[in-house]
Design a protein around this ligand. Structure first.
Ligand code: G6P
Ligand code: ZN
Length: 551
């Protein structure tokens, strides 16, 4: 057995290692600076505490973006030096974010071990490559992202760090071949277990009884129409038409898929498929499309919740509750109210759902940012969302299989709107804004909140057909499980007719600032739910002519 020693390396803090909405994301060249990654990893170990780290089993993997392989070797050596007992690595360092969550919760090592946490190496939907982004985040024992209590500690450690530990004499481990390699350190044995990422994930999906539920509908669409092998269905679905470019599943970046579904600017498709889906780099985000039809993420989670008990066997016992992030539309709220379900509104970021799920208060949740998931794991899950939709399609077509009149994705969404009303919704992103100016603008929007009559005057001066602002605040969340409080989670303007404007600074960028503006309007009148969304929302876009200096 190869032996290693522990070496202490002196270091000094780097500015700006504060984890954002979902971990630390920076340009690759920033991460490649000597000690940069090491400082963050050691700060994480220190935040967890030696008693949690010694003897632990940790997963290290990611979406395979540039610099991952180097980072994995560094983390293995640092883990060894910090007394970690086992590192689990997906073959070639590849594991989707939801797969990591599933592995933490379900995988049992050959010696009966279970994982205590994970370093996920991803910048999600941000582009990858030597000139693009790298990222790292830590997930806890429940499989979910570290809560703010831990990320705040990590950050504060990065500002005072003086040294980190790294194994000396431990060679790079071959992560391309599955199997366990053991080493001997000062505190005993250290194992690196490389396992087959794909097999494991598919098995876990089976375990959750989600693999087969798509049934005959999936067969008809994916096997008969697209010619996919039935056995490869799970692997094929999330990969369709993304790869290269900007790996973000939305109408802008999933161009090929959008065109293939008959949603392109010039629609040349003769007969688009009935169902299309895209996922992001680490496969936790999803976009659901029907033939010439886009399902907004806010509607998607509401429709999944409305149909889950009937359509998805995993939920046949009932939903424990549902939740959405604050800027996500209130479509889910209406479902919760109608079905008498527990409902929670949390700040943006998947980590806020974990506590609710661990406490048995939430089964299904989602965000406007193309994230949908359930309590089968503690991350959002692109494959799960696709399977959930296929299950709903199968259920809605159960009396109709092979029949000529298909209940389409669009039919399902329109039926939903006619039952629950429609939430017209759109989001504007002002990217690459000067960070200082963005802060000033946010401060101004907060200041305006102290005088609603003034706000209403400004609005009336621009458009007379906008309802009145009756409430305005900054969203603040008190976690009902652990009582922790998260402040400044978005600036809200609430209108008399239920419309909403929300302003937020993005927490996932790697440079500069991005301001997001979310616009929403609720329409219950069945004669008015079929309008073009941009047209229905036109009155609320009054600030396009205001001098907010957002460009
Ligand atoms: C990541 C998180 C999501 C969150 C999103 C918000 O994808 O996992 O939970 O909704 O970031 O991004 P933003 O750029 O708006 O902060
Ligand atoms: Zn992602």
């Amino acid at each position: 057995m190869v032996m290693f020693k522990v070496s202490r390396v002196e270091t000094t803090p780097f500015d700006g290692q504060k984890p954002g909405t979902s971990g630390l994301r920076k340009k690759v060249k920033v991460f490649k600076q000597p000690h940069y990654l090491e400082n963050f990893v050691q700060s994480t170990f220190n935040a967890l505490g030696a008693d949690k780290v010694r003897g632990a089993t940790l997963v290290v993997s990611g979406d395979g973006r540039y610099y991952s392989k180097d980072a994995i070797q560094i983390i293995i050596k640092m883990a060894a030096a910090n007394g970690v007992r086992r590192i689990w690595v997906g073959q070639n360092g590849l594991l989707s974010t939801p797969a990591v969550s599933a592995v933490i919760r379900e995988r049992v090592g050959a010696d009966g071990s279970k994982a205590n946490g994970a370093f996920i190496l991803t910048a999600s939907h941000n582009p990858g490559g030597p000139h693009e982004d790298f990222g790292i985040k830590y997930n806890m024992e429940n499989g979910g992202p570290a809560p703010e209590g831990i990320t705040d500690k990590i950050y504060s450690n990065t500002t005072t760090i003086k040294e980190y530990l790294i194994a000396e004499g431990l060679p790079d481990v071959d992560i391309s071949t599955t199997g366990i390699t053991s080493f001997a350190g000062p505190e005993g044995q250290f194992d690196v277990d490389v396992f087959d990422s794909a097999n494991d994930y598919v098995k876990l999906m089976n375990y959750d009884a989600l693999h087969g539920v798509a049934g005959a509908y999936a067969k008809r669409i994916f096997v008969e129409e697209l010619g996919a092998q039935e056995s490869s269905l799970l692997n094929c679905v999330p990969k369709e038409d993304f790869g290269g470019g900007h790996p973000d599943p939305n109408l802008t970046y999933a161009k090929e898929l959008v065109a293939r579904m008959g949603l392109g600017k010039t629609d040349t498709e003769q007969d688009p498929p009935e169902f299309g889906a895209a996922a992001d780099g680490d496969a936790d985000r999803n976009m659901i499309l029907g033939k010439r039809f886009f399902v907004t993420p806010s509607d998607s989670v509401a429709i999944i919740a409305a149909n889950a008990v009937q359509a998805i066997p995993y939920f046949s016992g009932g939903l424990k509750g549902v939740a959405r992030s604050m800027p996500t539309s209130a479509a889910l709220d209406v479902v919760a109210k109608n079905l008498n379900l527990k409902f929670f509104e949390v700040p943006t970021g998947w980590k806020f759902f974990g506590n609710l799920m661990d406490a048995g208060m939430c089964s299904v949740c989602g965000e406007e940012s193309f994230g949908t998931g359930s309590d089968h794991i503690r991350e959002k899950d692109g494959i799960w969302a696709v399977l959930a939709w296929l299950s709903i399609l199968a259920y809605k077509n159960k009396d109709n299989l092979g029949g000529e009149k298909l209940v389409s994705v669009e039919d399902i969404v329109r039926q939903h709107w006619s039952t629950y009303g429609r939430h017209y919704y759109t989001r504007y992103d002002y990217e690459n804004v000067d960070a200082g100016k963005a802060k000033e603008l946010m401060a101004y929007l907060v200041k305006l909140q102290s005088s609603l009559p003034e706000v209403n005057n400004i609005i009336k001066g621009i458009r007379s057909d906008v309802s009145k602002v009756v409430n305005a605040d900054e969203f603040e969340y008190k976690d009902p499980v652990d009582g922790s409080i998260s402040k400044h989670q978005g600036i809200r303007y609430l209108f008399e007719d239920g419309s909403r404007l929300v302003f937020r600074l993005s927490g996932t960028g790697s440079e500069g600032a991005t301001i997001r503006l979310y616009i929403e309007q609720y329409e219950q009148d069945p004669s008015k739910i079929g309008r073009e969304s941009q047209e229905a929302l036109a009155p609320l876009k009054f600030m396009e002519v205001m001098d907010l200096d957002m460009d």
